[in-house]
Design a protein around this ligand. Structure first.
Ligand code: SAM
Length: 234
């Protein structure tokens, strides 16, 4: 997707991007490509593809929640910053926490944060399972793109959500993942409010945003399958 197509497509998502944000995304792209020669950040490197499959795709979270509000958002397994860092550039009002288990990627994120002069954003080098234990009911929104199956993600991400907040995983393929996790989600005081399915522009691959609301206190201790998760990490 060329820059003008990117600007037009995100306009259709309701996003009016400024010149400063476009410059920041361009800088982010240049750093991604440069660092990718030394450490593995992404297999997608062609500029038009990065703008479509990483930048545009990250911004589609807006389909599920009004991101212009002053809210806290945590991105679990953010990798090179997708979706969390892209969201921070375009929605500077967000208070963003990026979590990844791989230190090299966290170093990259910190360099981008510094270079783009972003405020109210932190990159944390920690396993999500451990981070979750220390950060219960802390975020308005928790998200995660392309990290693990829903039943595993739920155990880690749901406890971090504030009451009335949302866990919104971004997934290409959901097959029977929702059916397999539905019962435990309800038992534990969460509710699948909506599944928003759509296709990416140009190449038409399927995307899903699963909007899971925390409706009350969780009685059970989380993560329930902690030992199992430790043995079979994300
Ligand atoms: N979300 C990014 C994206 O959409 O491009 C990255 C997806 S990548 C397939 C999965 C990421 O999750 C990697 O960066 C990996 O280091 C991270 N990860 C895997 N297991 C993890 C864990 N237990 N805790 C935190 N991060 C983890």
């Amino acid at each position: 997707m060329k820059i003008n197509e990117f600007i037009e497509s995100i306009k259709q998502l309701g996003i009016n991007i400024t010149d400063d944000m476009i410059n920041k995304l361009n800088k982010y792209y240049e750093m991604l490509i440069s660092w990718n020669e030394k450490i593995n950040l992404t297999s997608i490197t062609q500029k038009e593809e990065v703008y479509l499959k990483h930048f545009y795709d990250s911004l589609t979270l807006i389909k599920s929640y009004d991101l212009t509000k002053n809210i806290s958002i945590c991105d679990i397994g953010t990798g090179a910053g997708f979706p969390g860092l892209v969201l921070k550039v375009v929605f500077p009002n967000l208070n963003v926490t990026l979590v990844d288990a791989l230190n090299k990627r966290v170093k990259f994120l910190n360099e981008v944060i510094k270079e783009l002069n972003l405020k109210n954003i932190v990159a944390v080098h920690q396993r999500a399972e451990d981070f979750a234990k220390e950060n219960r009911e802390k975020f308005d929104i928790v998200t995660s793109r392309a990290v693990a199956k829903l039943n595993i993600l739920n155990e880690i991400c749901l406890p971090m959500v504030k009451i009335n907040g949302y866990f919104i995983p971004m997934k290409a393929n959901i097959e029977d993942e929702i059916n397999l996790s539905k019962k435990s989600i309800q038992e534990l005081n969460y509710n699948i409010e909506e599944v928003i399915s759509f296709t990416l522009p140009k190449e038409n691959s399927i995307r899903n945003l699963i909007k899971i609301k925390k409706i009350g206190k969780t009685k059970e201790k989380y993560p329930r399958n902690f030992d199992k998760i430790k043995k079979n990490p994300l």
